[in-house]
Design a protein around this ligand. Sequence first.
Ligand code: NAP
Length: 476
Amino acid sequence: MKMQINGKAVESYSGEFFDIINPATGELIDQVPKGTEYDVEIAVEAASSAFNCWASTSPQQRARILYTAAGVVRQRKDELAILLTREQGKPFAESKNEIEGFANVLEYYCGLVSSFHGDFIPVPQNGYSFTIKKPLGVCAAIIPWNMPALIMAWKISPALIAGNTLVLKPASNTPLTNLTLASILSEAGLPPGVINIVTGPGEVVGESLVKNPQVKKISFTGEARTGKRVAELAAGGMKRVTLELGGSDPMIVCDDANLETAVSGALRGRFYNCGQTCTAVKRLFVFESVAEEFIKKLEASIRNLRVGNGLHENIDMGPLNNCRQREYIKELVADVEEKDEGRIVAGGRVPEGSAYSRGYFFEPTLVVDVQRESRLLKEEVFGPVLPVVQVKNLEEAIEEANNTCYGLGASIWTKNIDRVRTGCEQLNAGIIWINQHLKVAPEVPFGGAGESGIGKENGPDALSEYLDLKALMLKI
Ligand code: NAP
């Protein structure tokens, strides 16, 4: 597949390509161009040339185009989901969910099309004041590999509805769904240059996008370490940034929780997308009084998870997306064993058998009695390993839960309204779930505190991230 610049499928000026590998089979799926700084310049130029025309297109017309594209995405849902599973690894049902999520987000922002306007503000001494909202210009979107379609929607929908143009850099492991979605947008009527996609290494394509003086805003999703680099580069041009970074979400199971529901929540919260979700349950704190029963049920459920190629029937969990990610997870588990910092009661190994021999599989893993100093509690565990820690009460659980540099999501499982209130007030997180974990919706603001990032995606607030607010003061 080729890059997309100014409405055309193009190769890179480097003339080079890189491989896209199926993480379940190790097979080559496709090759995409290895973009360069020069390709980024051309793409930004195209987005810049398209800006005035797109910004002056009526918001209703912009919405009509995006709405048409969402309809096509729904019609082609199965085909897109197969492509997503082939490049990313997640089970087909999860891919379908993600593709539907793409269409939902696009349609949600189409619905907000009449809502972003300025205000009239009366001021003392016969003055009048107005505010107007204008698009920013060329925006950059940098996407990770864990949820490439959904995160593309989170960025492009508010940006385009607000009248901005875009250059998007997909993750190097998962560019194919992003490229296909962009061509659907073009076929739905998006004028050339309004969305451009440059594939290639983050250090080259990502950095030159962030540094380009014509780029006014960067929306980045990825690791905290990369986010800091992006923020550093963006500061040089005093650019606006939205940074959606890592998380180490705690799940707190109180003694009055419905344990069956909590087990299902932990299962989905941790092992959905093979544990590679920013808001996955990465640390589980359970009250001592119910720990034994809860862990027994959880262990049984984890052992029942069916691991395999996401395109095969009845698969609950696919492979990790890439070799580096699996090596990291193996290293973390080996570290726990070596230092005796926890007890592995389920999984912990690469599964055996020919079905697993060429993919990046790892067993769904449960580690209990995890020691406070373990890397499992200190680092972002981006894979299918669930560490469980026993706590005496809610106070201790919240203290442990907040003992991280991240603040993305958190959940509390209880029937007690006082505990709910305490959790909501004291947990340091951008999103707090009660008796559930992981759910997101286009209407609800999403974004973290601390090293989980800056700014929000989803909801009406995300539109403000792509609009410039100007004040006018009149004396008549
Ligand atoms: P990553 O390594 O930081 O990469 C993210 C994107 O940045 C990729 O497109 C990557 O390109 C690019 N990139 C790499 N180095 C860059 C640089 N120096 N300048 C500009 N761009 C650069 O993250 P990942 O491993 O793909 O994604 C997993 C991480 O994302 C996890 O930490 C997860 O928690 C986080 N995440 C957060 C959210 C949220 O909303 N908070 C959502 C999903 C994921 P290449 O692919 O070419 O390296």
